[in-house]
Ligand binder design. Structure first.
Ligand code: M6R
Length: 614
């Protein structure tokens, strides 16, 4: 949450920073700001409530000439999203400007101490404490900015990625991280820093991921240096970025979300490439193969995740239990850490996260590691914190997901869980080879099936029109379709702000059916499966009470016509694969309803893509 970006080089600093902020806007969009060091070593800070476009308007008549700068897009934690609370924050004497992503947990204690020394504060943020503390130490100790930052960070409790500039030490940006992401991009005679590599991918593919509790010293005309808080020099390890610029643009689509929904045939292909080797009857998931004894000896698998990743994990549980006969628990990462979990070194913990930066999931990983469990990561963002903090893992390889509502990451995660369960089953011998072969054949056809589903977009657009009146939705499913119902409901509520709940269909009569009155929309995922007949009975119960029933059903299912008011037909696939085909129309439906309601599909209110605070 929050995005930070910095630039030092011969390019137009303002343009680079604004473009960078636009790319990072998915991380928060409550306010935006920029600090520019002018050619005569003054710092101009411009900041405003609202999105990056508001900042651009604000800067239109301002002096933006500069030699280096830092910038920020905010998801508010401490202090309302006002102009004043927007970053960058500056020290009292105006010598320093600082941007920060994360939370300073002991800010109150530090603030009180600084106030006792006569320091005045001008904002409600925790971040201002950091910049004032650095300035205070710098003046007290007559030391360099670097030394002041090191000393200050030793006093700070919390999570941060920060960058600071000093008008008395021009041509330098000092940046540091603890538990929040920070990468440096190294170009020709220019360097970038950012919360992720998206701001500079069109300038350089050479990236350095800064480790926790390390400081990057970015100076004009000098190579990047990294030190720890004790000033011990660290090796600078440059990695190559694989992203392309087209993956970060809308490519003719009105929204990233729509682009990402339509990319799914391709992203599923990328996800299974080299892993589902149908002509050899094999699954090749290297992270599992090279740790096979961990999975085969596991007493239990615990999956930790949040949001959409948690829904994919519920499917992971069903797949692993069914294919491998290993007990699996799924936990909200945010609850796991406070539940005094019983974990042993015979457990395998799988952490699932699109961004690889979710603070709660990272904290759950730490607990599992401390207890000696083998921790496996499923993530999308290469080089993010979760792959770097897990013993092994698998990337879903769906490319950058920019829309706040997760779509292609969900289907990628489900696909990886399918491969993972099949891989363990193959190693364990818990599934006959003919069955594995049939699964592999189906996996290879999934991109085509999803392409078929996407042809429903116009029909779903028409269907959405009749639901503009509804303020509540219920989504139902059983078995593999239950997590799909949860995910469908989450998509609707997060981008259209309509209340929606997902339930296992049979649970309706234990309470929620009381909500049903004439016209109440019930969306059911009732594809052909072992629980199909039971689901139909549950829908009849809703229908009998006046519900308007929309069903995601299997092509060729005529029986469903008797109860459904509207039907969305998806290709017939084995029930374990139906979550992938059935979730796509629900993604489209949520988007259509959100558009009709005039909502900001890619940047829904109050949300941010990467949740780096607890
Ligand atoms: O990056 P992660 O997968 O760890 O993110 C977890 C959730 O914050 C995320 O899935 C969120 O629920 C999405 N906005 C849902 O669309």
């Amino acid at each position: 949450m929050c995005g930070i970006v910095g630039y030092i080089g011969n390019g137009n600093v303002y343009d680079v920073l604004i473009k960078g902020l636009q790319r990072l806007e998915y991380r928060g969009y409550d306010s935006a700001g920029i600090a520019l060091l002018t050619p005569d070593n003054k710092i101009n800070v411009y900041k405003t409530r609202g999105k990056v476009s508001a900042l651009e308007n604000f800067c239109r008549d301002k002096n933006t000439e500069s030699r280096l700068g830092i910038a920020h897009t905010r998801w508010a934690t401490h202090g309302e999203p006002t102009d004043n609370n927007a970053h960058p924050h500056y020290s009292e004497d105006g010598n320093l400007a600082l941007v920060h992503n994360g939370t300073i947990e002991n800010f109150k204690v530090l603030k009180d101490a600084l106030q006792q020394h006569g320091v005045h504060f001008h904002t409600e943020t925790d971040t201002e404490v950091l910049v004032q503390l650095i300035e205070f130490i710098k003046v007290q100790n007559s030391c360099s900015l670097l030394d002041a930052v090191r000393e200050a960070l030793k006093q700070v409790v919390g999570a941060y990625a920060m960058a600071v500039i000093d008008k008395n030490e021009p041509d330098q940006i000092i940046a540091a991280r603890k538990s929040s992401p920070l990468v440096v991009g190294i170009g020709d005679d220019e360097m970038f820093l950012a919360s992720d590599a998206t701001p500079f991918v069109d300038h350089t593919k050479n990236v350095v991921y800064i480790d926790d509790e390390h400081i990057a010293i970015i100076r004009k005309g000098e190579p990047l240096r990294i030190v720890d808080f004790e000033n011990k020099e660290s090796k600078v390890s440059v990695k190559q970025l694989e992203w392309s610029i087209s993956q970060l643009e809308k490519g003719g689509y009105p929204h990233f979300m729509l682009k990402e929904i339509f990319e799914q045939p391709e992203t599923l292909r990328d996800c299974i490439r080299g892993r589902a080797v149908a002509d050899q009857g094999k699954v090749i998931l290297n992270g599992v193969l090279s740790n096979s004894e961990k999975f085969l000896d596991a007493n239990r698998i615990i999956i930790v995740a949040c949001g959409t990743s948690w829904h994919a994990s519920l499917l992971g549980k069903s797949l692993i239990q069914q294919f491998c006969r290993i007990p699996v628990d799924v936990e909200y990462a945010s609850e796991f850490r406070y539940s005094k979990p019983v974990i042993t070194d015979k457990d395998v913990v799988i952490a699932v996260s699109q961004s690889g930066e979710t603070a709660d999931t990272l904290a759950a990983i730490q607990i599992a590691r401390d207890k000696g469990a083998f921790v496996y990561g499923i993530s999308n963002v290469v080089g993010s914190s979760i792959p770097r903090n897990t013993a092994s893992g698998t990337y879903i390889h769906v490319g950058p997901e920019i829309g706040v509502a997760s779509t292609k990451a969900f289907t990628g995660q489900v696909m990886v869980f399918t491969l993972l369960a099949l891989q363990i089953a193959q190693l364990k011998g818990s599934m006959p080879q003919e069955e594995i072969q049939a699964m592999l054949d189906c996996i290879c056809r999934m991109p085509e099936y999803v392409a078929e589903v996407l042809k429903l977009d116009k029909a779903i657009q028409r269907l959405s029109l009749i639901f503009t009146y509804a303020r509540n939705f219920i989504y139902l499913g059983r078995g593999y379709s239950y997590p799909v119902a949860l995910e469908g409901a989450l998509k609707l509520k997060e981008i259209s702000y309509i209340h929606a709940e997902g339930y296992p269909a049979a649970e309706m009569k234990h309470g929620p059916i009381a909500l049903i009155d004439p016209g109440f929309p019930v969306i059911a995922v009732a594809t052909k499966s072992a629980t199909y007949d039971k689901t139909v009975s549950n829908l009849m119960e809703c229908k009998a009470r006046g519900a308007k029933v929309i069903v995601v059903a299997t092509e060729g299912d005529e029986e469903i016509n008797k109860i459904a008011d509207c039907i969305i037909r998806v290709p017939a696939v084995r029930d374990v694969f139906s979550p992938i085909t059935a979730s796509v129309p629900l993604q489209l439906l949520a988007r259509e309803v959100a558009i009709l309601r005039g909502c900001d599909v890619d940047q829904p209110r109050n949300l941010a893509k990467s949740v780096t605070v607890e």
